[in-house]
Design a protein around this ligand. Structure first.
Ligand SMILES: [Zn+2]
Length: 114
């Protein structure tokens, strides 16, 4: 059995990271609980998982089961017949919304020459 050591690391990136234990997210904090896998990739552990150390294994298993269910759903989608808008329809729909929201002349961003 491999020992996984979670350390505390300061960050300057205030954003939410996925929690590798429960599948949730970290909070926007200055210090992250992280571990490094065999490939050198860093993984974060959210504060809710830190507060429940006895539930780490069950949370990992629950996340694996949820991901397996999601993978099954995706495989099901792959076996369906898909009807998609064309790329041109997509571009036209975006343009129509831009015209409705911003008007006939979308605002331009110009650098003012000094
Ligand atoms: Zn978590």
């Amino acid at each position: 059995m491999t020992r996984i050591e979670v350390g505390l690391h300061e960050t300057n990136l205030l954003t939410r990271f996925p929690c590798s234990v429960c599948g949730g997210t970290t909070d926007k904090e200055m210090v992250l609980a992280e571990f490094v896998d065999d490939d050198g990739d860093r993984h974060q552990v959210c504060v809710r998982c830190l507060q429940a150390p006895d539930e780490i294994a069950s949370r990992l298993i629950a996340q694996a089961e949820a991901r397996e269910a999601w993978a099954a759903w995706i495989r099901g989608l792959a076996s369906q017949t898909w009807v998609l808008p064309t790329y041109d329809q997509y571009v036209k729909a975006n343009r129509d919304v831009e015209l409705r929201v911003f008007g006939p002349e979308p605002p331009e961003l110009r650098l003012v020459a000094s």
